[in-house]
Design a protein around this ligand. Structure first.
Ligand SMILES: *[C@@H]1O[C@H](CO)[C@@H](O)[C@H](O)[C@H]1NC(C)=O
Ligand SMILES: *[C@@H]1O[C@H](CO)[C@@H](O)[C@H](O)[C@H]1NC(C)=O
Ligand SMILES: *[C@@H]1O[C@H](CO)[C@@H](O)[C@H](O)[C@H]1NC(C)=O
Ligand SMILES: *[C@@H]1O[C@H](CO)[C@@H](O)[C@H](O)[C@H]1NC(C)=O
Ligand SMILES: *[C@@H]1O[C@H](CO)[C@@H](O)[C@H](O)[C@H]1NC(C)=O
Ligand SMILES: *[C@@H]1O[C@H](CO)[C@@H](O)[C@H](O)[C@H]1NC(C)=O
Ligand SMILES: *[C@@H]1O[C@H](CO)[C@@H](O)[C@H](O)[C@H]1NC(C)=O
Ligand SMILES: *[C@@H]1O[C@H](CO)[C@@H](O)[C@H](O)[C@H]1NC(C)=O
Ligand SMILES: *[C@@H]1O[C@H](CO)[C@@H](O)[C@H](O)[C@H]1NC(C)=O
Ligand SMILES: *[C@@H]1O[C@H](CO)[C@@H](O)[C@H](O)[C@H]1NC(C)=O
Ligand SMILES: [Zn+2]
Length: 484
């Protein structure tokens, strides 16, 4: 019997080389909003979604920008912990604007992305990153086995071919691939998320998803590979009448700034701190469509304050509004893409508060470790790291995610720990139920007191989860309370 299995294994491995470790492929479609499925333009993705496990959306990290979110996906850490606090930021010592590059990601030796961590466990584990933001640099001074830097000219289908070649390399088969696609973000910015351009791109993305599945099948990897499809954030459309000129309120040469609409980081020059803040605060009142925060006032639930790179002042446009950089960029988009700029031209914007529903990305997964036909409660982007380490059967480093939020995705829960973990999970569940009952009571009291503010906010942020059970409500209530 054992020998038969051995022979079968040998046959299989000689015919199709693949890692003997669990295989995980993570595909990120930049700015694919949680409800783009409603367009009905992505039938292949939809089939996968309902055949595997999905959540209605993910709660991403603040700010809802690409680089902070991709690094939170890869590390399970909040931006204040991993240091990528924006797509750009002002270095608070040199006052220079830092853009995508080694310096941005060379923040702390304690920040170890999943691809580095996977390979560090040895025993023939190999990681691969296909254009993943932040993966072009060495961590702990080491490169991983396979890495393709961002290059928009490489078409998506050949990116799939390349990652398949990594998975099937006979000497060093990858067991983890992080695969990034820059759409619908890139064109979404220029045409808005409701445009025909974006709709065509959704169809093309759907084709790429189908192509990946087909290639996995061809290489007999369908039943072996766990594939997670997700995004970093959503997007909304904003038109020129809703662009706010912020710089008119503050004197040129008295500050540095970084970031991009709708979320601009301001670092006043020495001596101008109060002047800048007061001018902006006054303007935010008269204008009424953007908010200004001092670092000390950053909301706790943003997890954005406790970092030396966090700016002294943050400007956040209200949902549906944009700031100066789009005033400048709009005519450039029009010129580059050859369209006439009018007051009804739509531009795509993301970066708002992560409690804005349309900023939410999607999540779906399938594979041998993933439940079939299953829907889970929406969870946080920082929880994904625990899911990755569970699937890869690696120990998890300290992180900001919660294992409890992702166990329901896995066919065997936290199975790799065996009975021990069963007991722990059981204990945790019992604790959650008790806490949940307490939450139910708390919520009841809140309602009775007519203090519906918190409940209404919760309902808005997590519509379906709030009604589901006392357990979820407590989980959310906790974070909401801490925020206030
Ligand atoms: C659903 O997933 C199962 C298990 O991976 C697979 O056998 C089946 O072909 C899938 N069905 C569809 C419609 O994709
Ligand atoms: C940044 O990179 C340099 C060179 O690799 C390294 O010596 C230093 O420790 C890194 N700094 C941080 C904060 O990670
Ligand atoms: C990592 O790869 C880059 C690009 O291929 C190379 O320049 C660099 O020297 C490598 N670093 C290490 C530590 O191997
Ligand atoms: C990007 O990809 C294109 C198409 O494969 C190639 O011609 C070009 O040299 C690549 N650019 C870089 C910087 O590697
Ligand atoms: C997607 O694939 C279908 C079927 O192969 C094809 O007809 C269609 O043109 C493709 N769409 C895009 C946008 O690439
Ligand atoms: C565009 O909108 C601005 C601001 O609302 C308005 O002042 C201007 O008249 C509009 N232009 C046209 C051509 O409608
Ligand atoms: C904002 O307003 C100021 C003062 O009116 C002007 O100098 C500046 O060019 C405007 N900025 C943009 C991006 O239009
Ligand atoms: C602002 O000041 C900088 C130099 O401090 C200058 O290069 C830039 O042109 C000025 N911008 C405006 C809009 O006056
Ligand atoms: C730009 O658009 C106009 C009108 O739609 C068209 O006539 C022209 O050929 C286009 N130019 C380019 C470079 O695509
Ligand atoms: C996030 O995780 C890091 C690393 O374990 C920890 O230092 C930090 O305190 C955590 N932050 C929160 C808000 O839990
Ligand atoms: Zn993005």
């Amino acid at each position: 019997m054992k020998i038969q299995i051995l022979v079968l294994c040998l046959l299989a491995s000689s015919a199709f080389s693949a890692s003997h470790h669990p295989i995980l492929i993570v595909v990120s479609y930049d700015a694919f909003r949680y409800n783009f499925f409603d367009t009905k333009l992505v039938p292949n993705m939809e089939r996968l979604k309902f055949n595997g496990t999905y959540s209605d959306y993910l709660v991403n990290v603040f700010p809802t920008k690409t680089f902070p979110n991709h690094h939170s996906i890869a590390t399970g850490l909040y931006p204040e912990v991993h240091g990528v606090i924006g797509n750009t930021y002002v270095d608070q010592k040199s006052l220079k604007v830092v853009k995508m590059g080694f310096e941005m990601y060379n923040y702390s030796n304690d920040v170890i992305p999943i691809w580095r961590w996977n390979e560090d466990q040895g025993d023939g584990r190999h990681s691969a990153t296909m254009m993943w933001p932040g993966a072009d640099f060495p961590y702990q001074g080491k490169n991983i086995t396979y890495r393709q830097s961002f290059n928009a000219s490489v078409d998506w289908f050949s990116r799939v071919d390349t990652l398949i070649s990594w998975l099937t390399n006979s000497e060093k088969p990858a067991n983890l691939v992080m695969f990034y696609i820059e759409e619908p973000d890139t064109h979404g910015h220029a045409f808005g998320p409701n445009s025909n351009t974006v709709h065509e791109l959704l169809q093309k993305l759907d084709n790429v998803t189908a192509y990946l599945e087909k290639k996995l099948e061809e290489h007999k990897l369908t039943e072996k590979a766990n594939v997670i499809h997700l995004s970093d954030h959503g997007m909304i459309s904003v038109t020129p009448p809703y662009f706010i000129n912020i710089t008119q309120y503050i004197k040129n040469g008295t500050y540095e700034w970084a970031g991009a609409t709708p979320c601009i980081q301001i670092t006043p020059n020495a001596g101008y701190e109060d002047n800048i803040y007061n001018s902006l605060k006054e303007a935010s009142v008269t204008n009424g469509h953007f908010k200004v925060y001092k670092k000390e006032d950053y909301l706790k639930r943003w997890h954005y304050k406790k970092n030396p790179r966090s700016p002294p002042i943050l400007i956040m446009a209200d949902e549906g509004y944009a700031l100066d950089d789009l005033i400048v960029a709009a005519p450039k988009y029009a010129k580059f893409y050859n369209f006439t700029l009018t007051n009804t031209s739509e531009f795509g914007v993301h970066g708002y508060d992560n409690d804005v529903v349309d900023m939410h990305p999607f999540f779906m997964a399938r594979g041998p470790r993933i439940k079939l036909h299953h829907r889970v409660t929406p969870f946080s982007t920082v929880d994904l790291y625990n899911l990755f380490t569970e699937i890869l059967r690696l120990p998890a480093r300290a992180n900001n995610g919660s294992m409890g939020n992702i166990v329901d995705i896995l066919v065997d829960g936290g199975g790799r720990y065996g009975v021990g973990v069963g007991v722990v999970v059981g204990g945790v569940l019992l604790a959650l139920i008790i806490v949940g009952l307490a939450a139910g009571l708390t919520l009841y009291i809140i309602k009775v007191r007519q203090n519906i503010r918190t409940a209404a906010a919760l309902n808005k942020r997590f519509p379906q989860t709030f009604q589901n059970s006392g357990i979820e409500a407590q989980h959310l209530l906790e974070s909401e309370d801490v925020q206030a």
